[in-house]
Design a protein around this ligand. Structure first.
Ligand code: WQD
Length: 337
């Protein structure tokens, strides 16, 4: 019996592969490598000493996907695959709905053909939209502020409806806060192409000298130092959360949305100063205009994850930024050395 990981070569996906393999699971990878590299899967084999089949496929290719389910006894799916750049989604909504939502529909149809009734879905705190009451908890009303978020919302809703229609189906919707850091080996990590949208890869590229200085998008927010607060969570803690969700889904039917965050908030300046302190590398930065859509603060209630999954984040910001720097330093050009 195997677990199919879609988007397994991606940032969170590759870390989840390591965690699941180390816990003894058999896995199968399906990834179209449009936003990732098969080198990440080679690194996963190197870290774990375990091999696994990997298929290059787009989820919208029904026949290729069907062939994977024919070749392997898939018991559950962890669905990471999806486009995830908020700004890009505003410019290309049709591509985002086609890739993220339609790809998920094809996947779920093939799962139904083969009687697979368990999915862990890579969702995002972005479904809380412009919620201002902190900490964010799973009972809060949802509402998105960009097409990327709406695709995550739509796939969540599809899974909620599927579980209502089929009481044997099990879906866990994991709402990530801000994943950062890398496996301690420095062999896998966040590898965005082009100029990074997210804070930490931008910081590490400044540290490695690839980018000159970090734009701090506004320091006039309603926060202690004026820069936005976020709940940064170590990607290895996030990976452990997926394994805990797998165990939960094996024992429970129905649909549950669960936050994966630390419950702690750090500002942009906190990140810069912590990075400089733990790594001894200066991060030149300047105050730039606000970025559209950025909220003052976003951090997680961790109560439900602790109660249902018996999981809580263990690593702090120091670990996240030390590990992020090790990955970047050892892989200045990411996977395409
Ligand atoms: C964090 C903070 C920026 C870059 C996004 C998605 C979310 C999830 C995580 C997928 C903000 C500031 C950033 C820079 C900066 N992705 N910043 N200069 O926006 O909280 O969340 O990524 O699931 O869905 O929305 O993360 O890392 O982009 O920004 O000042 O060059 O860093 O303004 O306050 P965000 P981020």
């Amino acid at each position: 019996m195997s677990v199919l990981l879609t988007g397994a070569a991606g940032y969170v996906g590759s870390h989840a592969c390591v965690e699941l393999l180390n816990q003894g699971y058999s896995i199968v990878s399906a990834d179209n490598y449009v936003n990732s590299s098969p080198v990440a899967l080679e690194r996963v084999r190197q870290i774990t000493g375990r091999d696994f089949p990997a298929y290059e496929t787009d989820l919208r290719d029904e026949e290729k996907l069907r062939a994977i389910f024919r070749a392997h006894k898939i018991e559950s799916v962890i669905h990471f695959a999806g486009l995830k750049a908020v700004g890009e989604s505003v410019k290309k909504p049709l591509e985002y709905y086609d890739n993220n939502l339609y790809g998920s529909i094809v996947l779920l149809k093939i799962m139904r053909e083969f009687g697979v009734k368990s999915m862990i879905f890579s969702s995002s705190a972005t479904v809380y939209g412009a919620a201002t009451k902190m900490p964010l908890d799973e009972k809060m009303p949802l509402g998105c502020v960009n097409p990327y978020g709406w695709t995550k919302f739509a796939i969540e809703q599809l899974l909620r409806d599927l579980c209502l229609a089929d009481p044997d189906f099990s879906a866990v919707l994991l709402r990530y806060f801000n994943p950062v850091g890398s496996h301690k080996s420095g062999l896998i990590g966040d590898n965005p192409s082009g100029i990074p949208n997210n804070l930490i890869p931008y910081v590490t590229r400044v540290a490695v000298g690839e980018l000159e200085r970090l734009p701090v998008f506004g320091n006039d927010y309603n926060t202690p130092d004026g820069t936005p607060l976020r709940d940064y969570i170590h990607v290895c803690d996030l990976a452990r959360g997926h394994a805990a969700a797998m165990a939960y889904a094996a024992a429970h039917k129905g649909c549950e949305a669960i936050n994966l965050g630390t419950g702690k908030a750090s500002s942009v300046l906190d990140v810069i100063h912590t990075f400089e302190r733990v790594n001894g590398v200066p991060i030149p930065h300047f105050i730039a205009p606000r970025r559209a859509g950025d909220a003052d603060e976003s951090w997680s209630s961790t109560e439900k994850a602790e109660r249902l999954l018996g999981w809580k984040a263990e690593k702090g910001l120091d670990d996240m930024l030390r590990d992020a720097w090790r990955w970047q330093r050892q892989n200045p050009k990411g996977y395409h050395a």
